[in-house]
Design a protein around this ligand. Structure first.
Ligand code: NAP
Ligand code: ZN
Ligand code: ZN
Length: 348
């Protein structure tokens, strides 16, 4: 067994605390990764606090993992000791269903195996995520990471990056499209970067006046405060797509009215309390709402390669592990610029 130091949520109410546990020994197809950086996603908070239903405590969150391979199983072919590797939101899937065969393992018909708050496939062994010193994973569910980008800025690509890249690609967003991004946090700032990089005109819709200058630096062409009624009125019927990353409860209708005829709002944020779908607002302009869940392994690799080629990484605030509870509190107040990333050296 492999001894690991981590931080875990022990229940929904109390702060995360240190937690020592053992990872399984390396199987023939496994790689063992010494974790260097682990991003902090709002899904970690939703899960740790049981906002999406009771979590399986203790929960070691973290699904934006970058590290170095320190051992490989006897049958491993894709990774060598010393190479960089990344792990995202899932560590296994059934490998047989239509979605798995299509390389969209996140939509596995039998359910993907989450990097945390899940069980190793076919067992009762809990999965523990990236707020830990090392992880073992099947090589098929690990990603290759270029060493040309700042590694702390690469970690958030494993969730925030792929979650925004995937729907923009699916919808073929590019030149000539007007895209609004709702919420400038971890997902939002990556959505701005990708949509601008793909050639769209990007408008940032935010509750935070202090984020305007940064939004423009990230690539947004326009910035609007959601609270500014006259600006919001002037934006009615103007966007082809809205990328909705809001983590808290909100009304969809306010934002759907900003879509033009046939426009689409992509739901990425998963507020604990669901919103109603306003039929009239959708019907009047044949608007649609779709959801999108992270991305498959092949597309995640494509996204990482795209980022290495175009020098795209997340803008991060690097923190020590023991700062995690303050980071959570700050994210709850939208005080994030634009992803907290844990330097795992602070645990070693
Ligand atoms: P985050 O970094 O905390 O950012 C969320 C942003 O939403 C905030 O910074 C804030 O931006 C805005 N916001 C918060 N409360 C708001 C409100 N009441 N009204 C309007 N805007 C509000 O969170 P994240 O890590 O990007 O995650 C965002 C959501 O996506 C979470 O629910 C998370 O669970 C979900 N998620 C989904 C997937 C998927 O596969 N679909 C993957 C990862 C995460 P401003 O300051 O600009 O207003
Ligand atoms: Zn995430
Ligand atoms: Zn499957």
């Amino acid at each position: 067994m492999i001894e690991v130091k981590a931080y875990a949520a022990y229940d929904a109410e109390t702060p995360l605390k240190p937690f020592d546990f053992e990872r399984r020994d390396l199987g023939p197809h496994h790689i063992h990764i010494d974790i260097l950086f682990s991003g902090v996603c709002h899904s970690d908070i939703h899960t740790a606090r049981s906002e999406w239903g009771k979590a399986n405590y203790p929960v070691v969150p973290g699904h934006e993992i970058v590290g170095r391979v320190i051992a490989v199983g006897s049958e491993v072919t894709a990774f060598k000791v010393g190479e960089l590797a990344g792990i995202g939101c899932f560590v296994d899937s059934c490998r047989e269903c239509q979605s798995c065969k299509e390389g969209e393992e996140q939509y596995c018909e039998q359910g993907m195996t989450g990097t945390y708050n899940s069980f190793e496939r076919g067992t009762k062994i809990p999965t523990y995520g990236g707020y830990s010193t090392s992880i073992t994973v099947d090589e098929k569910y690990a990603l290759h990471v270029s060493d040309t980008l700042d590694l702390a800025g690469v970690a958030p690509l494993l969730c925030a990056g792929i979650t925004t890249y995937s729907p923009l690609k699916y919808l073929k967003v590019g030149k000539g499209h007007k895209v609004a991004v709702l919420g400038l946090g971890g997902l939002g700032h990556m959505a701005v970067k990708f949509a601008a990089s793909f050639g769209a005109e990007v408008t940032m819709l935010s509750t935070s006046p202090s984020k305007e200058a940064d939004a423009r630096k990230l690539g947004a062409h326009n910035f609007a405060l959601i609270s500014d009624e006259s600006v919001m009125a002037s934006l009615q019927n103007s966007f082809d797509f809205i990328i909705n990353t809001i983590s808290a409860q909100h009304e969809y209708a306010t934002y759907l009215n900003l879509l033009r005829k046939n426009g689409t709002m992509v739901l990425l944020g998963i507020p604990p309390i669901p919103s109603a779908a306003p039929a009239m607002t959708l019907i009047r302009k044949r608007r649609s709402i779709i959801g999108s869940l992270i991305g498959g392994i092949a597309e995640t690799q494509e996204m990482l390669d795209y980022c290495a080629e175009h020098n795209i990484a997340s803008d991060v605030e690097v923190i020590d592990m023991k700062y995690i509870n303050e980071a959570y509190d700050r994210m709850e107040k939208s005080d994030v610029k634009y992803r907290f990333v844990i330097d795992m050296a602070s645990m070693k």
